[in-house]
Design a protein around this ligand. Structure first.
Ligand code: GLA
Length: 435
């Protein structure tokens, strides 16, 4: 009785703030075709890279054989340019028959047989951004049912070729239609990105009720400039965005481009760190058949993934912007732990940034600090001054454990002694939590 009341109350509360399909309690992870493979449909001349069945089964093979799936990268998501230019005789979308000979159901079976999930792409409007058939208002139910019949697990619903009024009707309508199919289909909404990403035009409390994740901002491109532009927008607007994120409802700054052509290793670690701090979906858009060992190590870094996937689902924030070009980011994690990221905007040389945990709002105590990318560990008191060396356009990322119990006991004993208590008296005053 004692326990049931608060559990029931919190379930009710969640039902009012997150899309109630039970999906994506942690940020989704997987692979998405768009940034790396775009709308390459020239299978005659570019069979390896064109959008067709084989590209997705190749990626599924890599996800399941190269250690990705076990780390949580389970979605294989089709983006634009998969459809045939015509609907079928029943008015249903259909896959291009040449490029997807088994249709989408064959692909979903392929994924499910390997413990993976399949995502598909649609567009609220007359056409997709790439000019393929879209889903106008009068086709929403039939398209939701078609996706469910194909046994897909996720829908990215883009917003080209529709106006604000149509979107206001269409995005909630698709959410309802997906739920009505009875198949759990995670729902990614591009709606806010088409309306500038900010209130009052964007109603984030409504989005949290109808979508599992949403694109807030423009498309990522294969460059550091693009990553930085996205990071800047998300942290400039962090107060709005943090408030709405949580289990089952995530802000989506777009794909990871680690392993492509535009980022150095330092910049790749920076993208991974920022996406972990932001509790962002981790959809890689890269070629897993030829990815470098360096990029793979970053994407498979267990501590960075653990931070991203923290069950509390609290999106992190920028806490400091120094004149030197160093910025500090922080995210609250479960078990009283936290993550810190030191980032350098400088372009000269590694910068030796001196600070102390106490200066970064940490309370009195002794903290165990794990460096996520160098995999080293140290213990720091909040008052200890330390120096981190941050490379140009790079990061240092830490997982900071809660102050150790032993240390808190030690501190408690110290304080008790200061208060003049004899050691023998202490058994009466040591709080049970330390025993
Ligand atoms: C829009 C989306 C992209 C991608 C393309 C496909 O630009 O934002 O992520 O889906 O359309 O055409």
């Amino acid at each position: 009785m004692h326990l049931t009341v608060p559990v029931f109350a919190s379930t009710l509360l969640m039902a009012t703030v997150a899309l109630d399909n039970g999906l994506m309690r942690r940020p989704p992870m997987g692979w998405l075709a768009w940034e790396r493979f775009r709308c390459d449909i020239d299978c005659e001349h570019d069979p390896k890279n064109c959008i067709r069945q084989k590209l997705f089964t190749d990626m599924a093979d890599r996800l399941s054989e190269d250690g990705w799936r076990e780390l949580g990268y389970v979605y294989v998501n089709i983006d634009d340019c998969w459809a045939s230019m015509q609907r079928d005789e029943h008015g249903r979308l259909q896959a291009d028959p040449k490029r997807f000979p088994g249709g989408i159901s064959r692909l979903s079976r392929y994924m499910h047989d390997r413990g993976l999930k399949l995502g598909i792409y649609g567009d609220m409007g007359t056409h997709t951004c790439g000019g393929y058939p879209g889903t106008p208002l009068n086709k929403i139910e039939i398209d939701a049912q078609t996706f469910a019949d194909w046994e897909v697990d996720m829908l990215k619903f883009d917003g080209c070729y529709s106006n604000a009024t149509e979107q206001e009707q269409g995005y909630p309508q698709m959410s309802k239609a997906l739920n009505a199919t009875g198949r759990p289909i995670a729902y990614s909404c591009s709606w806010p990105a088409y309306q500038g990403g900010l209130p009052p035009k964007v109603d984030y409390s409504l989005l949290a009720k109808i979508c599992n994740l949403w694109r807030n901002y423009g498309d990522i491109q294969d460059s550091w400039e693009s990553v930085l532009n996205i990071v800047d927008w998300f942290f400039e607007n962090q107060e709005v965005l943090i408030a709405v994120a949580g289990p089952g409802r995530w802000n989506d700054p777009d794909m990871l481009i680690i392993g492509d052509f535009g980022l150095s290793m330092d910049q790749s670690r920076a993208q991974m760190a920022f996406w972990a701090i932001m509790a962002a979906p981790l959809f890689m858009s890269n070629d897993l058949r030829s990815i470098s060992g360096g990029a793979r190590n970053i994407l498979q870094n267990k501590m960075a993934i653990g931070i991203n996937q923290d069950p509390l689902g609290l999106q992190g924030r920028r806490i400091l912007k120094e004149k030197s070009g160093i910025e500090v980011f922080w995210r609250q994690l479960s078990n009283d732990a936290s993550a810190l990221v030191f980032f350098s905007r400088r372009t000269d040389m590694p910068y030796r940034y001196q600070t102390a945990l106490g200066k970064l709002n940490y309370t009195t105590g002794s903290y165990k600090v794990h460096d996520v990318f160098s995999e080293t560990t140290m213990t720091l008191k909040e008052s200890t001054s330390f120096v981190v060396s941050v490379n140009p356009t790079g990061v240092v990322m830490w997982y900071v454990s809660a102050p150790a119990k032993a240390n808190r006991l030690h501190q408690f004993l110290g304080n008790a002694r200061l208060r003049g208590l004899a050691r023998d008296d202490l058994s009466n005053v040591i709080p049970p939590v330390f025993l």
